[in-house]
Design a protein around this ligand. Structure first.
Ligand code: NAD
Length: 260
């Protein structure tokens, strides 16, 4: 069964909650032998580690506290995890942040350079640093499945949200994915991405964004927000041997938002 992930060693960043947690669950359900949950140190991370360990008896769940924008922390966390098993097969680089310009202080004309840099550091440089640390294991073993979380915001502009830095970073993730997808293809390492539309998670379910949620739904042909479970199938596909000819590709689970 080419969709099975039996015995695979997998890592997910931004896995304490939201989309990352759902991706970790999907990889465990598909048979991964171990799933590393990488996130900033927090009670949520420890809680998720406990919850998933209690739920999955044949998958080892390991919390890894690190900041994806910090090269030293990432190299250390990823090599600590991979060296425990002697390999790394799957990595979902999913951690991300957004400062939404719905809050006037984050609109482009007001945003500080620190906000701009912080978004680029986490959402784009963080993905690059993780890919680099993962490739150190995957290239020599001639096997690897990297799945970056971009966003439909790489392609469209949801203008009331005024999130220039985020949109720029996510467009960067798509092109980074395409570039690494080509660079590493002949060494058995697949780099692909998913670009979700509006998904119901802690990042979107905030007091600032609540008022415009109805507007998002109206613009989504599926007439609903996505749920984190909507992303599990695409990611298991890209993590599995079923995606054997996918390199630098993108899957857009967006409820049809970008169709019009
Ligand atoms: P979320 O805020 O619920 O989860 C993000 C996780 O990333 C959190 O656990 C957070 O602690 C972690 N994180 C943040 N900065 C980090 C850092 N520097 N190092 C390590 N971990 C860090 O958000 P989510 O909705 O689950 O988003 C996950 C990804 O999906 C993000 O990249 C986001 O941009 C992307 N995305 C989300 C949506 C959506 O509608 N929710 C749509 C498209 C893309």
């Amino acid at each position: 069964d080419r969709f099975k992930l039996d015995g695979k060693i997998a890592l997910v960043t931004g896995a304490a909650q939201g989309i990352g947690k759902a991706l970790a669950i999907a990889l465990a359900q598909a048979g991964a032998a171990a799933v590393g949950l990488l996130d900033l140190e927090s009670e949520t991370l420890r809680h998720t580690e406990k919850e998933l360990n209690a739920h999955f008896s044949s998958t080892e769940i390991i919390a890894l506290a690190a900041d994806v924008s910090n090269a030293n922390q990432i190299n250390q966390a990823i090599s600590q995890f991979a060296s425990k098993f002697g390999r790394l097969d799957i990595a979902c680089n999913n951690a991300g942040i957004v400062f939404s310009g719905v809050e006037e202080k984050y609109a482009s004309e007001n945003a500080s350079v620190e906000q701009w840099k912080k978004t680029l550091d986490v959402d784009l440089t963080g993905v690059f640093l993780c890919c680099q640390a993962e490739a150190k294991w995957m290239l020599p073993q001639h096997y690897g499945k990297i799945i970056n979380t971009a966003s439909m915001s790489a392609h469209i502009v949801n203008h009331p949200q005024k999130q220039a830095a985020y949109n720029a970073a996510k467009a960067g993730v798509v092109q980074l994915t395409r570039t690494l997808g080509a660079e590493w293809a002949d060494r058995g390492v697949h780099v692909n991405c998913i670009s979700p539309g509006y998904i119901n998670t802690p990042i979107t379910n905030t007091p600032a964004l609540k008022p415009i949620m109805d507007y998002w739904v109206r613009l989504t042909p599926a007439n609903r927000l996505g749920e984190v479970e909507d992303l599990q199938g695409p990611v298991v596909f890209l993590a599995s041997d079923a995606s054997s000819f996918m390199f630098g590709g993108e899957i857009m689970p967006d409820g049809g938002f970008t169709l019009w």
